[in-house]
Design a protein around this ligand. Structure first.
Ligand code: GTP
Ligand code: MG
Length: 202
């Protein structure tokens, strides 16, 4: 799938302000600074579409971007930066929790994980919670350009081993680099397929 248009729709502070749920949508979830906004820009090939920063906490609201006039990408605030151990509730703000649970047109959550760092409790507990709620998610490993191939491979294998302690099956995973455009075709291809299953609410 190619992207012919990508436009900022609005920033919402509360669920009431969200655009009508009449199109399929995909949300980017992950720790602050993991690269959510950068990945949205990479997918759309539009630097500056979503605001990025080297300082964690840049994205503060629920931001909707309309793609090809047919589906939404959603940039969310990050969680849990630099905190070592947290429960899901503490890590994940009430706003994001409510958004993920209630948004009827949310097709998939993309859970972004920094490929350089070992599994973090906040991410693992959010996966656990999404599993319990039956919310489909896909792991996107980010910043893969910052590692050498061997190091990357070792980190991903370790991540998978940790996940298999809690899960019978691994969730889908895609390696990405916003800097080098890695993973773009895979993510867009997946969205293209999932869009076909969207049924507009009555
Ligand atoms: P919050 O909005 O604070 O939650 O952060 P975010 O997850 O949206 O992260 P953001 O996209 O703002 O990126 C954080 C920093 O990581 C920025 O300095 C980016 O340039 C850098 N970054 C993001 N993706 C990549 C990548 O693929 N490779 C490299 N080398 N740097 C990246
Ligand atoms: Mg951001």
């Amino acid at each position: 799938m190619e992207i012919s248009s990508a436009t900022f729709v609005k920033s919402s502070k509360t669920l009431k302000e969200l655009p009508p749920p009449v199109r399929p949508e995909y949300a980017f979830v992950g720790r602050s600074n993991v690269g959510k906004s950068s990945l949205i820009n990479m997918l759309c090939r539009r630097n500056g579409l979503a605001k990025t920063s080297g300082t964690p906490g840049k994205t503060q609201l629920i931001n909707h971007f309309l793609i090809n006039d047919t589906w939404f990408l959603v940039d969310l605030p990050g969680y849990g930066y630099a905190r070592t151990s947290q429960t899901m509730r503490q890590a994940f703000s009430e706003m994001i929790t409510q958004y993920v649970v209630r948004r009827e047109n949310l097709m998939n959550v993309f859970l972004l994980i920094d490929s350089r760092i070992p599994p973090q409790e906040s991410d693992l507990s959010i996966m656990q919670w999404m599993g319990e709620k039956g919310i489909p998610f896909i792991i996107l490993f980010t910043k893969t350009d910052k590692l050498k191939p061997k190091g990357l491979e070792a980190n991903i294998s370790h991540y998978q081993e940790v996940l298999l302690q809690a899960w019978e099956e691994l969730p889908p995973m895609i390696l990405t680099s916003a800097q080098e455009g890695v993973g773009r075709d895979d993510v867009l291809g997946l969205i293209y397929e999932v869009n076909k299953g969207f049924v507009a609410p009555k």
